[in-house]
Design a protein around this ligand. Structure first.
Ligand code: CUA
Length: 302
């Protein structure tokens, strides 16, 4: 995205430079040209000038429309990740960055990604507002407690890139820095398979789902007292008040922490809250587990 952001930025800079010089130059030029030559000379009054009025209305309009359309297209490209992305969870806390890969790798203040692949960050905070800022990638977004925000990027060159917290978040805000390590795909695979992994995020979520006894009510056979979760993620559900809602990370999270907030139609508000019982990381595991439940379990062929 960097080249597109920079092109727009330099266009704005050049535009400002051009008009600043033009205006300053004309001021000096006319000040000299129409200087008072005789002690008693008086300038003639000017009443209107349609051509002039039209020019200084239409020219800026055209220029600002170019800026608007160009800026909007860059903005849309930045806010819409491609369909196939590597998803990585980011949890900010005072004062560190925790990264969680779907395969189970966890890292702190270092984020390893493969070069040339779109990466989507799904981000939240454990405590206060932080802000992920990777200047080299021209990406920056707030990380807000109780909410998931997104960023995406596609790196073009292997290397190490600085990551900053760009929201004042307390005493050690300035130390809340990290690095994005962009690797060749083969190196990345080696990195992924190395180290002690405790299994994928979804499998950790599956275990937690059992441990918290969620499975007693959310059963795949539709006999439970809670909604069937298989194939639910990404679907549209109808709530008790008739509203329709797409099941996303935010909805799953809210349903775990404040189950009564948005009840799916046909169900009773009987689920207890898990606020304070699950950490931010465990929430991510549960969300990944729900995401992984694509469809009803298939009958094993003999
Ligand atoms: Cu976190 Cu500043």
């Amino acid at each position: 995205m960097a080249s597109r952001v920079d092109a727009l930025y330099f266009f704005l800079l050049a535009l400002s430079f051009f008009f600043s010089l033009l205006i300053a130059g004309l001021i000096v030029f006319y000040a000299v040209k129409y200087r008072r030559r005789a002690a008693d000379s008086v300038g003639s009054e000017i009443h209107g000038g349609l051509a002039l009025e039209l020019t200084w209305t239409i020219v800026p309009l055209l220029i600002t429309m170019v800026i608007f359309v160009w800026g909007a297209s860059v903005f849309f490209a930045m806010s819409r990740p491609p369909d196939e992305t590597i998803n990585i969870y980011v949890v900010g806390k005072q004062w560190m960055w925790k990264f969680q890969h779907l395969d189970g790798q966890r890292e702190i203040n270092e984020l390893h990604v493969p070069v040339g692949r779109p990466v989507k960050l799904i981000m939240t905070s454990e405590d206060v507002i932080h802000d992920v800022f990777v200047p080299a990638f021209r990406i920056k977004a707030d990380v807000v407690p109780g909410r998931y925000t997104h960023l995406w990027f596609q790196s073009t060159k292997p290397g190490r890139y600085r990551l900053f917290c760009a929201e004042y978040c307390g005493t050690k805000h300035s130390g809340m820095i990290g690095q994005v390590v962009v690797m060749e795909p083969s190196e990345y695979q080696t990195w992924l398979s190395g180290g002690a992994s405790e299994g994928s995020l979804a499998s950790a979520g599956a275990k937690l789902f059992q441990d918290l006894a969620c499975n007693t009510c959310h059963r795949p056979d539709a006999q439970g007292r809670g909604p069937v979760l298989e194939g639910l993620f990404g679907k549209t559900v109808t709530l008790q008040n008739g509203e329709a809602l797409t099941v996303d990370e935010a909805y799953v999270r809210e349903s775990i922490l404040q189950p009564a907030a948005k009840i799916a139609s046909g169900f009773q508000p009987i689920m207890p809250t898990f606020q304070g019982l699950v950490t931010e990381e465990q929430l991510l595991e549960l969300i990944e587990y729900v995401k992984s439940l694509h469809q009803l379990p298939q009958v094993q062929p003999r």
